[in-house]
Design a protein around this ligand. Structure first.
Ligand code: IPM
Ligand code: MG
Length: 367
């Protein structure tokens, strides 16, 4: 990729989304001005914000723009204002459509406990200090998308809600490869989670992951764990994990749990990646793991770090800008070293700052 003209699409969305994405935009502008980079960025509506204007959570125009971007950075989708809409019209559908139609099957959710924030976790410092887990969540299959689905009337004036959990061999294999590849660059251990004690799809998951390990990743250690046990082990002894591999639903739940080990949901970035195409390009979407947090929206108190670290993942995985990613990660560390904290991670002896102050402070450390 040439160093010029990287196209970034910003989709701030709902709740605190616009506030945290604004800080990312400031950083992109800083890179353009001070590192002679040539990011071009566009900003579009998504989720509830799009419903309010266009009556649908994502327009075709925005969808095609995201197809043509080098990276998409999304804030959050959803909020109480749109809770009563019919399911297919909810803000969250936009996110699911992007994931599914851009074929972003691999969701990477690193959970790292920064040394400065050991005391922000609800767990004891010795349990979480030095924690560095990568959750690899399958993102385009399983119960989120399985058919049949719906709510149907049945006898005696009752209704039945139906969702289908299904996975095919190739869906399991391609996400397993992502987990094993990542493990090779880390501590070389993958823990694969399912419920093979009660679900056939779990049995298949276990068998296919094992097959890929035996055939292609002989040197990586693979452990199988029931997903409920994994949830428990994450609280008991989270440092036993390196890479956790899970399906769409278990990955959703385990990643929220892992997030809290690090102190705050406000710290966790994520990358959603597709397969590499013929030209070596990967479709990608970057977003903080936290949601739209409507209760604190508009107050300038949200933590922008998760979104800023999502930008750093975009620099690393999609934009070929490893050095800039390192620079940004280091700037976040320096600001935390200085004791600046947003409300969600404030502790005694530190200074509480706003969303915008946090963004400005991180930019000042890029220099
Ligand atoms: C996440 C979120 C989404 C999900 C919602 C907003 C649809 O919880 O990214 O973890 O369930 O995948
Ligand atoms: Mg979630």
């Amino acid at each position: 990729m040439s160093s010029k003209g990287r196209k970034i699409l910003l989709l701030p969305g709902d709740g605190i989304g616009p506030e945290v994405v604004r800080e990312v935009k400031k950083i992109l502008e800083w890179f353009n001005k001070n590192k002679s980079l040539d990011f071009s960025f566009d900003e579009e509506l998504i989720g509830g914000a799009s419903i309010d204007v266009n009556k649908i959570p994502i327009t075709d125009e925005v969808f095609y723009k995201s197809l043509q971007s080098d990276a998409v950075i999304l804030g959050a989708c959803g909020g109480p204002k749109w809770d009563n809409l019919e399911f297919s019209k909810k803000p969250e559908r936009a996110l699911l459509k992007l994931r599914k139609e851009l074929k972003l099957f691999a969701n990477l959710r690193p959970a790292i406990c920064f040394k400065q924030l050991v005391d922000s976790s609800t767990l004891k410092p010795e349990i979480v200090s030095g924690l560095d887990i990568m959750i690899v969540r399958e993102l385009t299959g399983g119960i989120y998308f399985g058919e049949p689905r719906g709510i149907e009337p049945i006898e005696n004036n009752q209704r039945r809600g139906i969702n289908t959990h299904s996975y095919t061999t190739s869906e399991i294999q391609r996400i397993a490869r992502v987990a094993f590849d990542l493990a090779k660059k880390r501590k070389n251990v993958v823990t694969s989670c399912e419920k093979s004690n009660v679900m056939e799809a779990g049995v298949l998951w276990r068998e296919e992951v094992q097959l890929i390990k035996d055939k292609e990743f002989k040197k990586v250690e693979l452990n199988h764990m029931l997903a409920d046990n994994c949830a428990m082990q994450l609280l008991r002894n989270p440092k036993q994990f390196d890479v956790i591999l899970a399906d769409n639903l278990f990955g959703d739940m385990l990643s929220d749990e892992a997030a809290m080990l690090t102190g705050s949901l406000g710290l966790l970035p994520s990358a959603s990646l597709g397969a590499r195409d013929k030209n070596g390009k990967i479709r990608s979407l970057y977003e903080p793991v936290h949601g739209s947090a409507p209760d604190i929206a508009g107050k300038n108190i949200a933590n922008p770090i998760a979104t800023i670290l999502s930008l750093s993942m975009a620099l690393r995985y999609s934009l070929d800008l490893e050095k800039e990613a390192d620079l940004l990660d280091a700037a976040v560390q320096k600001v935390l070293d200085d004791g600046l904290r947003t409300k969600d991670i404030i502790s005694k002896g530190n200074k509480e700052v706003t969303t915008t102050d946090m963004g400005d402070a991180i930019i000042s450390k890029l220099k």
